[in-house]
Design a protein around this ligand. Structure first.
Ligand SMILES: [Zn+2]
Length: 416
């Protein structure tokens, strides 16, 4: 048993006894309202302390009630918008909010709640080394670009650069439609850096061999950022349910970090986030307060994407703006493209606001500010969780590589 496997086994054992592996969702000093007995499944959810976090499935009425729960700082793992149920993590205070919103509840099973990293998932160091290798052995089409520092690097605590692979072939750089793929914003969503790295490998190694790849590389300016949040990823690789970056100066103490996907400058703080630094959806002290979101802002502003795709997990979804309002987005490109992508992947296509309302994410920011066709992809089914067995990767790749190929194909005229 490797030392990694051993520590995961310990995690698994711990998780069946407590939910210690579930990262903090907030300290609230006010004591929770006592929960009445056995109503809507709540009797089974006994909080032993006000700060204890319970992974549960809530059954909610509509997207607006779920939004209100997120506004209480609740960490949503996955949503089944058709069945009106969501996997969330609640403390006692948030449990009271959910009750007041009329939600019924089931406990997540130990298996659903447990974080455990299977062999095969690559660390930041392995991802960085592979990107370097691809660039070094294929300099005519691939360049490794340091687009910024992680928060820990800015503090002198770690040495993690934020890395992008820039892939483009014949033709002048800067004159072709730009396509940008981004993964690993939320640390524990460990399938997403794998998808990004596999796309890098495909484009670089199949260039000159596969006609479709060759055309894409020659006619597009492709930027792939496999891991936006490498500091958080290092925690996730230890089997921790880590969502945010690791900024413990502005972020909380029981739940350090800022939710990078609530830190972007479009509709920041409007909905679906929290001002509580301990919450897993803490939006940060101001828009673009974090080096990770600043790096993506700079990259996309300097190389404006025609198509931008950001990869998360898990809900098998293709989503597009708006996220902060139920108003139907008047720009029809995203619906056309999102529905086409759904045909390739089998995922559920919809405007992001149909899940719940939130502001401050990257997809809405690039759409609002750069007019890119922008998508958030949620990889994995309700049962897959954040850290599925590595054997699931082959299927995820089949679903996601086809969506990326489509995006590359139509980037000269998105929505055609
Ligand atoms: Zn995510």
């Amino acid at each position: 048993m490797s030392s990694l496997k051993r520590s995961l086994a310990l995690c698994l054992t711990a998780a069946t006894v407590t939910t210690a592996v579930v990262a903090g969702c907030g300290t609230h000093t006010n004591s929770p309202a006592p929960l009445a007995a056995n109503e809507g499944g709540w009797a089974a959810v006994a909080f032993s302390t006000p700060t204890e976090n319970k992974p549960v499935v809530v059954h909610y009425k509509d997207a607006d009630t779920l939004t209100q729960l997120v506004n209480a700082g609740v960490d949503v793992w996955s949503v089944d918008r058709h069945a009106h149920k969501a996997k969330v993590v609640l403390n006692a205070t948030q449990g009271s909010v959910a009750r007041k919103l009329g939600m019924k509840v089931d406990l997540m099973t130990a298996r659903e709640a447990t974080m455990s990293v299977d062999k095969g998932y690559r660390t930041y160091e392995q991802v960085a080394a592979r990107l370097q290798e691809l660039a070094t052995s294929n300099p005519q089409i691939a360049t490794l670009v340091d687009i910024g520092d992680s928060w820990e690097k800015t503090q002198g605590r770690a040495n993690r650069d934020l890395l992008a692979l820039h892939i483009t072939g014949k033709g002048a750089k800067g004159t072709k439609p730009v396509v940008t793929f981004v993964g690993g914003t939320h640390a524990r969503e460990i399938a997403t850096p794998e998808m990004m790295l596999m796309e890098c490998e495909k484009l670089v190694t199949q260039y000159g061999k596969d006609a479709e790849v060759t055309t894409a590389v020659d006619t597009r300016d492709i930027w792939i950022v496999p891991m936006v949040n490498p500091d958080g990823h290092a925690h996730a690789m230890k089997g921790q349910s880590w969502r945010k970056n690791t900024n413990d100066k502005d972020g909380g103490h029981s739940g350090p970090g800022i939710d990078l996907n609530r830190n972007y400058g479009a509709f920041w703080g409007v909905n679906g986030d929290s001002g509580n630094p301990d919450s897993d959806v803490f939006r940060g002290p101001k828009p673009f307060s974090e080096p990770e979101t600043q790096a993506i802002q700079k990259l996309t502003t300097e190389h404006v994407p025609s198509v931008y795709m950001t990869f998360h997990s898990f809900s098998n979804s293709v989503m597009w703006p708006w996220d902060h309002t139920h108003d139907i987005n008047p720009d029809g490109r995203m619906k056309i493209m999102g529905e086409a992508m759904a045909k390739f992947s089998g995922y559920d296509p919809y405007q992001g606001s149909e899940m719940y309302l939130n502001g401050g994410d990257d997809e809405e920011w690039v759409f609002q500010n750069l007019h890119s066709a922008a998508f958030t992809i949620e990889i994995g089914t309700w049962g897959d969780g954040f850290m599925p067995p590595y054997s699931k990767i082959a299927q995820f790749w089949k679903e996601n590589s086809q969506m990326m190929s489509y995006a590359l194909k139509v980037a000269d005229k998105p929505g055609r």
